[in-house]
Design a protein around this ligand. Structure first.
Ligand code: ATP
Length: 350
């Protein structure tokens, strides 16, 4: 039975575009239901960003959105599409830089009951989120010659390495692989590795290793179980995230958190998937699992566990799954199944 709300959380919500409104609509509904059952309520502060926001406000990232995140400190964000080639700079990247959300945390873990080619994967990608080739510093040197600057700093590399090692120690993770291409980019990736080694020296309890990024792709496909935490620069982390999502069923599943010292924005690994937008096809699991990370972040553990248990029940039953994971349910039907599972949980028997 629903309880009277005891705690209210103010959350900045960016529904996003493409499949964003569908998946974020489902997630909000599920969080409301889980919150009602656990004595938690949410005040959603909704803002558009990107092309939709520009149409209404002539700003790609409205000032009111920035102020809302500054005030609430926590955001839940659907995907916001970035035009290929020309157009405006990535909203995702801009928000990460604006709020110094330096750590992109992406756990890759199989859901119970969902068969993939790689059972029992459990690894974490820790991706530097503010620099590298994503600094967006590109110039036309002369027509036909373009320069894109790869920025790697000691400060950001040390900060992300510390985050990864501290996370490993706190959560009982054994091994960190720093992923690089320092054989070619001797200065930039070399600096990144130097910082990782220096930080790692203070964590003798965590095994530290280094793998070259192209070899890592092959090693991951051959045997993902050799990895525990992948510590990466921005670009390699982006690419490896999509690759690793395939272990657990694809982009519809993998959550993410952008963490800074002041604020945090939770968003799925996937983009706006315009090819399936507005068709009631998208899988809201990735954003829902991002919301679970958010609930843990705001110390609403019971609500987080309730949502995760409901989600896992639906996967375990396997009757109402979206197409990307072999089912034929729509986004809404899947969300309804999770809502039902939250309201009528079934005890798990091993
Ligand atoms: P970006 O570079 O913006 O992160 P991306 O290259 O990772 O985007 P997406 O937009 O995430 O690309 O989508 C890639 C493909 O994955 C889509 O065409 C879509 O078929 C599939 N996909 C992504 N997200 C989902 C989802 N939530 N549910 C089902 N399929 C999805």
């Amino acid at each position: 039975m629903a309880q009277t709300a005891k705690r209210t959380h103010n959350i900045t919500l960016i529904p996003g575009d493409g499949i964003g409104p569908e998946v974020s609509g489902a997630v909000v509904e599920i969080l409301e239901a889980a919150g009602a059952a656990t004595g938690v309520s949410f005040e959603w502060h909704r803002y558009d960003a990107g092309a939709d926001a520009f149409e209404k406000t002539r700003e790609y990232i409205p000032k009111a959105l920035i102020e809302s995140i500054e005030q609430n400190k926590v955001g839940l964000k659907g995907p916001v599409g970035t035009p290929i080639g020309g157009g405006f700079a990535s909203i995702n990247v801009q928000l990460r830089k604006k709020f110094e959300l330096f750590a992109n945390f992406r756990p890759v873990k199989n859901l119970p009951g969902l068969k993939t080619n790689y059972p029992n994967v459990d690894l974490v990608i820790v991706r530097e989120n503010t620099e590298d080739l994503y600094a967006g510093l590109e110039v036309i040197v002369v027509p036909g010659v373009v320069q894109s600057l790869k920025i790697i700093t000691e400060k950001a590399s040390t900060r992300i390495a510390k985050f990864a090692f501290e996370y490993a120690r706190k959560h009982g993770r054994q091994k960190i692989h720093a992923i690089h291409k320092a054989n070619i980019m001797k200065l930039s990736d070399g600096l990144f590795l130097d910082c990782c080694r220096k930080v790692g020296a203070n964590f003798p309890d965590i095994t530290y290793a280094e793998h070259i990024v192209d070899n890592t792709c092959m090693q991951l496909v051959m045997n993902p179980y050799q990895y525990d935490i992948l510590l990466t620069e921005n670009l390699y982390g982006d690419i490896l995230s999509d690759l690793c999502s395939a272990f657990v069923g694809g982009l519809g599943l993998v959550p993410g958190a952008n963490l800074g010292t002041e604020c945090a924005i939770f968003e799925a690994v996937h983009g706006s998937a315009p090819d399936i937008a507005g068709k009631n096809i998208a899988n809201p699991t990735a954003l829902l699992q991002s919301a679970v990370l958010m609930l843990h972040h705001i110390n609403e553990t019971e609500t987080a566990e309730r949502v995760q248990a409901g989600l896992e029940q639906v996967y375990r039953e396997g009757k109402t799954l979206t197409r990307d994971v072999g089912g034929n349910a729509g986004t809404r039907e899947f969300a309804q199944a999770v809502l039902q599972a939250i309201e009528a949980p079934v005890a798990v028997t091993s």
